[in-house]
Design a protein around this ligand. Structure first.
Ligand SMILES: CC(C)(COP(=O)(O)OP(=O)(O)OC[C@H]1O[C@@H](n2cnc3c(N)ncnc32)[C@H](O)[C@@H]1OP(=O)(O)O)[C@@H](O)C(=O)NCCC(=O)NCCS
Length: 158
């Protein structure tokens, strides 16, 4: 289990945050999202959140919700801050938001080569439900996505 980093907080992402978010996004991903994608997510009313640690913006998470389903679209922690439990806290926060929004399930895609993220999701109760062949661009051409899902039990709901 990673060391638990306690000095962290979550804040909603605004349009003014996007440039700073891109710094972490470009460090975290080989094929990062553009500013336009983040702006569209905010304007669409998606759950767009910032993770601050010790006063620094170190990560972000994006979740969409519709018709009782939710989709975790982006989870990123700056490489300098990874391995301290922050990624787990961030995913937990996004799952809590999905529950609060009365989603019955949460879905996500993860690169086949991304063992760290896959292991994190699996340890949190996500199950692999399929593969999307050639879903992601990669340096070698295209790469498959593994599709993961978790049922969210809603207290008092059957
Ligand atoms: C996936 C990601 C968010 C995890 O963030 P993190 O802050 O490192 O996560 P945590 O510290 O909470 O660690 C989560 C688990 O991954 C493991 N882990 C973290 N870094 C690791 C590494 N470099 N090597 C092996 N395992 C690692 C930890 O052991 C931990 O498991 P544990 O709690 O059982 O010990 C982060 O790696 C990241 O932002 N990656 C780039 C963007 C990305 O791939 N996002 C996911 C897209 S689907």
């Amino acid at each position: 289990m990673a060391t638990v980093a306690l000095d962290h907080e979550f804040r909603r992402m605004n349009l003014a945050d996007v440039e700073q978010v891109l710094v972490n996004e470009r460090r975290g991903y080989t094929h990062p999202w553009t500013a336009g994608i983040f702006r569209d997510c905010i304007k669409s009313g998606y759950e767009c959140w910032l993770l601050h640690y010790a006063g620094h913006l170190v990560g972000h998470g994006i979740l969409s919700m519709a018709a009782g389903e939710s989709h975790l679209l982006n989870v990123c922690v700056h490489p300098d801050y990874q391995g301290n439990g922050l990624g787990r806290r961030l995913v937990e926060h996004m799952v809590d938001l999905a529950r609060a929004g009365h989603a019955r399930s949460i879905f996500l895609e993860v690169r086949s080569s991304n063992g760290v993220a896959y292991g994190l999701y699996e340890s949190m109760g996500f199950n692999e439900i399929g593969i999307r062949p050639n879903y992601y661009p990669s340096y070698l051409g295209r790469e498959d996505a593994r599709v993961l899902a978790m049922e969210l039990i809603q207290p008092g709901r059957l």
